[in-house]
Ligand binder design. Structure first.
Ligand SMILES: C[S@@+](CC[C@H](N)C(=O)[O-])C[C@H]1O[C@@H](n2cnc3c(N)ncnc32)[C@H](O)[C@@H]1O
Length: 615
């Protein structure tokens, strides 16, 4: 996709956010926005802005994390400590001086994020005024466009790490513990700070402020939007009120609205515009000097002296005749000695290089010098020069008009210098603006990095917690394993014992000359001796575990059943019964079956069946 298309898609996305969600990001610097949106897109594995817009439409819950990512909330208590020292020592004492309840101090922290900055301001004012007067005399408004950040600000609870930036005496005075790792700003300080949602581009500003703190927020806006915001700040502040910006923020082309109080700390004072108009320069009146009557010699001396004047200058008398011309004037305009005494209007100098008659009339009418600046003059050799032409009325005793003096000051060089200076200034301004924008870019990137770092730290902490959990589980498993090993050992011993018992039992059973079957209360065969196998033609493996009454061995078991039940019920029948049977091998036998009860366990009984073939 081309860069233009991608750019157009991004602008469309911003426009969508503005029309659908009422959030106008169009005044923000694109570089930051692009990076922040890319972060969300990467998290969702979305490739194009168009696809991301579709995603937003289908998943409105994505707006919250998007705004959260776009509005970088990096902040801290007493961030950039030098500024706070300056405010405490130089600005706050000036703001609070002579305040009464009828004229309270109004402060606003714009772009306050989670409130650390506003509470820092509150602590300094409280220190300057004392807690009681502070509560009576100061109102602090703290605004941001991010609702979630404002909720955190109102909660005023910060973890141990955040509160570490507060100087210890203030920490002990204005915070109270909230659990093991958190601190809350004390209620009486908290109540002075009023938090509210406010968009500094769109909403009407809070007015009549003595101090406006807007740090590290302006730099997120484009160079076109910044002056608009600054004009609002100018309106919001009282005359002489103070504006505090972030350490890399400047007043872009707004030098006439604010004057620096301390450029390094970025503290400015509002310039009252009306005062500018009042700055008038008053000219002192000249003394009235007696003019002595000229003698012929004096006239000649004055003419000679006039000749020596380095300036091209000539005099025109009250009748409009050329009265005197200095040497340089004669040379510059080719005035011949014969032209002295001629009406000025007949001479070329009256209209070249400038139409003089109207200027002379104006000077006479106003009785004041009139200057026409940078009049172009082309010398006979073609050299171009510029003159400031000044026409000064010569009034005797302040009223009788004797004539006018016309002088020409060569400003060619200063004009060139001025142009060069203007050019250099423009270059400097551009370089300055570029530097400023780079500075802001650096700072915003820095804040982004800080925010990413905080996220990484949280992830790290989560990982550490998961790791610890895994470690605990591992130890638990190890303990269980050890327990199982012990149980296993015990089981092995028991198995050995059981095997031995089995061998003994089988040895006993198999040496008996009668068939023996051990049966439990559910009639399952537990043991089947070798003699029983021999007698009925059924191997022990076939009999064990089976219900004895379902064994097809030719023994009329229903007769045996009654005996077994009686036996299980506790009756004694030592004689047993004699039954006739045909075993599996077809051999007819007569067999005595005797039952004897025995205890398998504490609550289970079984029966021993003794089966003895009768001769
Ligand atoms: C980097 S933080 C600065 C916090 C604090 N002033 C400081 O310097 O520590 C920038 C804040 O500006 C807020 N912000 C961004 N655009 C805004 C707007 N249009 N109106 C008000 N606040 C805005 C953001 O939500 C964020 O909380």
């Amino acid at each position: 996709m081309t860069a233009e298309r991608r750019h157009a898609q991004f602008e469309a996305l911003l426009l969508g956010l503005k029309t659908n969600r009422g959030f106008d990001f169009t005044g923000y610097k694109r570089s930051t926005l692009v990076r922040r949106v890319a972060k969300r897109m990467a998290a969702l594995h979305v490739d194009t802005y168009e696809a991301y817009e579709d995603y937003l439409e289908a998943h409105p819950e994505e707006f919250a994390p998007l705004f959260d990512t776009m509005l970088i909330n990096v902040t801290a208590f007493f961030r950039d400590p030098a500024v706070w020292t300056f405010l405490a020592q130089e600005i706050i004492p000036r703001v609070v001086a002579g305040r009464t309840a009828a004229d309270p101090v109004r402060v606003c922290c714009v772009g306050c994020a989670s409130g650390e900055e506003a509470y820092s301001v509150a602590m300094l004012f409280s220190e300057a005024l004392g807690e009681k007067s502070f509560r009576k005399l100061v109102k602090i408004y703290a605004t941001d466009v991010d609702g979630d950040a404002l909720t955190r600000a109102r909660r005023a609870t910060y973890d141990h790490k955040a509160v570490e930036a507060v100087p210890v005496p203030l920490r002990e005075k204005y915070f109270e513990a909230a659990g093991s790792n958190a601190f809350t700003v004390r209620g009486d300080l908290r109540r002075v700070v009023i938090f509210g949602r406010h968009d500094l581009v769109q909403d009407a500003p809070i007015s009549r402020l003595d101090l406006l703190v807007c740090r590290n927020t302006l730099m997120y806006f484009t160079a076109e939007t910044q002056p608009r915001i600054l004009a609002r700040f100018h309106f919001a502040l009282k005359d002489g009120g103070f504006l505090v910006l972030g350490k890399s923020e400047m007043l872009l082309n707004q030098g006439d609205l604010f004057t620096p109080v301390d450029m390094k700390q970025r503290v400015f004072a509002k310039t009252a515009r009306t005062n500018l108009r009042n700055r008038m320069v008053l000219l002192a009146p000249k003394d009235d000097n007696e003019v002595a009557n000229d003698t012929g010699q004096q006239v000649r001396m004055r003419e000679m002296a006039f000749d020596l004047v380095a300036l091209p200058q000539f005099l025109v008398d009250a009748d409009g005749r050329l009265a005197l011309a200095s040497g340089p004037a004669r040379q510059l305009f080719g005035i011949a000695p014969s032209q002295i005494g001629k009406p000025l209007q007949d001479l070329e100098v009256s209209y070249r290089p400038i139409e003089l008659r109207s200027v002379i009339q104006q000077a006479k009418a106003e009785s004041a010098p009139v200057t026409v600046r940078e009049v172009k003059h082309v010398d006979v050799d073609g050299t171009i020069r510029y003159f400031d032409v000044e026409v000064t009325p010569l009034n005797e005793n302040g009223n009788r008009a004797l004539g006018v003096s016309v002088s020409f000051t060569d400003v060619t060089q200063s004009r060139e210098l001025q142009q060069a200076l203007r050019h250099t200034n423009e270059e400097l301004e551009t370089a300055n603006e570029e530097l400023q924008s780079m500075n802001e870019e650096l700072e915003t990137t820095n804040e982004e990095l800080q925010s990413t770092n905080e996220e990484l730290e949280t992830t790290n902490e989560e990982l550490q917690a998961t790791n610890e959990e895994l470690e605990t589980m591992n130890e638990e498993l190890q303990a269980t394993n050890e327990e199982l090993e012990t149980t296993n050992d015990q089981l092995q011993v028991r198995t050995e014992e059981s095997k031995r018992t089995d061998v003994l039992l089988n040895a006993v059973l198999n040496t008996l000359r009668v068939g023996v079957a051990l049966v439990n209360a559910r009639h399952q065969v537990l043991a089947w001796s070798a003699m029983a196998a021999e007698l009925w033609g059924l191997r022990a493996e076939e009999a064990q575990g089976q219900n004895i009454f379902q064994l097809e061995i030719g023994l009329p078991l229903d007769k045996v059943k009654t005996g077994m039940r009686a036996c299980l019920a506790g009756e004694k029948n030592p004689e047993g019964i004699v039954v006739k049977a045909v075993n599996r091998r077809g051999r007819k036998i007569s067999c005595r079956v005797t039952c004897k009860a025995f205890a398998i366990s504490a609550d289970e009984r079984g029966v021993i069946l003794l089966m003895e073939e009768m001769p």
